[in-house]
Design a protein around this ligand. Structure first.
Ligand code: GLN
Length: 484
């Protein structure tokens, strides 16, 4: 399996054509995806046409194409003019976006080729990719298990080498947790680092797009292309984009790593705990300084997140009324019936649950008790991180309390599903960046992820540390048996 960096170098060095690279990816999808269900749509003809175009640019000396010939996949909540943008929902099953999202434009301008769109939990609400209206995506390390979610399709596409890299979105862990469950690298950038223009909104103050790849180096390459200011997203930050690749060589020595006790408490699986501790031990051996820290308000993270995220979701999803977008019921009795029947038929049960929760916490009489209070807790949590980053450069911990769970295991117990997000959601509430990297396997052979969190705009530092860790370990080089 070639990395993204190797592929691009070969294409720019004319040892491989973009058409060949894309054809290989398309063939891999055809060969492997039937049993896994990572993709919801493939654009074979369009991708091969785009690849031929990139080959033409390379022939003319395309040195300004940092992703030349790279086949990529996008989570299906990123709008693309070509094909559908379904968000894993019946509501948008046939929806064709009239424009390309910002990240699709950036990728294409850099010479990458979008080969298809990947499966996800409906409207990105979930942690298992089981709530997609179309199919369940399976974990390639054990097909009876979930790949994590909500960006499970993108994670599986990369873990199996169908594509060297893909994009997902992370509102409360949806890049990092599936990266951890499938043994790949996933990055949730600083809020505002990557434009959300054309990303179908779930929780707008939390949503952020980021890359999946097998190496930190590849993730840095992709992130440097999609980062930067975009005036079409009012929350996109006008902050210079660091040289992410240039920071990969930064030594581990001297890095101050904070270990929050809250990340190692009750409920953490013992094999995950020991793999994460081993990873931290290795970093310490290489000269990192380990500092115990406290994130006092983390215990309120889940409650706070599930109020804010659902409140924002209930507002964002009000637009699906059967008139403007997506599914419309066949024979409405009147206009109210048009709205309610279209929504009843178009949305799945998890989405409906979130809309009801969100509407409730925003309703008059409950707004102060729930929504407003959650906003205050969010500020406290944010302050915990600010204070911690006065003492340390990076915070390390697990990504998820367990390895991949079984398909169906938590489906009828939404609270158990929400509780499993305990280590990822605080990062979104605080708006800071975090990376998930493979750091071991449990006794069943399932991957375990290490989470590295940093202050706003510290992506370079996080990816540098991740890269140095990957130079010392080979967890990221193992491939699922179904691929060998
Ligand atoms: N599991 C979380 C949720 O269901 C996070 C999802 C995400 O990051 N999109 O809301």
């Amino acid at each position: 399996m070639k990395t993204a960096t190797e592929t691009v170098n070969e294409v720019l060095g004319r040892r491989l054509s973009a058409v060949e690279a894309v054809r290989t990816a398309l063939d891999e999808v055809e060969r492997r995806d039937e049993g896994l269900g990572a993709f919801v749509s493939i654009d074979r003809d369009g991708a091969l046409r785009d690849a031929a175009h990139v080959d033409g640019l390379v022939a003319k000396g395309g040195e300004r194409l940092p992703l030349a010939g790279l086949a990529v996949a996008l989570k299906d909540n990123m709008s693309t003019k070509r094909g559908t943008t379904s968000c894993g929902s019946r509501m948008l099953a046939d929806y064709r976006a009239p424009y390309d999202c910002h990240v699709a434009e950036r990728l294409q301008a850099a010479g990458a080729i979008i080969i298809g769109k990947t499966n996800m939990d409906e409207f990105a609400m979930g942690s298992s990719t089981e709530s997609s209206a179309f199919k369940v995506t399976r974990n390639p390390w054990d097909s009876a298990r979930v790949p994590g979610g909500s960006s499970g399709g993108s994670a599986v596409a990369v873990a199996t080498g169908m594509v060297p890299a893909a994009l997902g979105s992370d509102t409360g862990g949806s890049i990092r947790q599936p990266a951890s469950f499938t043994g790949v690298v996933g990055v949730k950038p600083t809020y505002g680092r990557v434009s959300r223009y054309g990303l179908v909104a779930y929780g707008s103050s939390l949503d952020q797009i980021g890359p999946f790849a097998r190496t930190a180096e590849d993730a840095a390459l992709l992130l440097s292309v999609i980062s930067g200011h975009d005036e079409r997203d009012s929350t996109s930050v006008d902050h210079p984009v660091d040289d992410l690749l240039g920071q990969l060589e930064r030594p581990i020595e001297g890095t101050r790593i904070g270990i929050p006790q809250e990340y190692f408490g009750e409920g953490l699986d013992s094999e995950v705990r020991s793999a994460v501790n081993d990873a931290i031990g290795l970093l310490e051996e290489k000269g990192a300084r380990i500092v115990e820290i406290e994130l006092e308000h983390m215990k309120y993270g889940i409650a706070c997140y599930y109020i804010i995220a659902t409140a924002e979701a209930s507002s964002n999803l009000a637009r699906y009324d059967g008139v403007h977008y997506g599914h419309r019921t066949a024979k409405p009795e009147d206009v109210i019936d048009l709205y309610s029947a279209s929504r009843e038929e178009g949305f799945g049960s998890e989405v409906k649950r979130r809309i009801m929760l969100g509407t409730y916490v925003l309703s008059s009489g409950y707004y102060d008790a729930y929504y407003l209070r959650a906003l205050k807790v969010r500020t406290l949590l944010r302050r915990d991180f600010t204070r911690a980053f006065e003492e340390v450069d990076v915070i390390a911990g697990p990504v998820a309390p367990s390895t991949a769970f079984g398909i169906g295991e938590k489906l009828n117990d939404p609270l158990a599903m929400y509780l499993a997000d305990v280590y990822t959601i605080s990062v979104n509430l605080a708006g800071i960046p975090a990376v998930s990297i493979p750091c071991g396997f449990d006794g069943k052979g399932l991957p375990i992820g290490l989470q590295l969190m940093g202050p706003a705009f510290s992506e370079g530092r996080l990816l540098g540390l991740a890269h140095q860790y990957q130079l010392l370990t080979d967890f990221h080089n193992r491939t699922p048996t179904c691929v060998q």
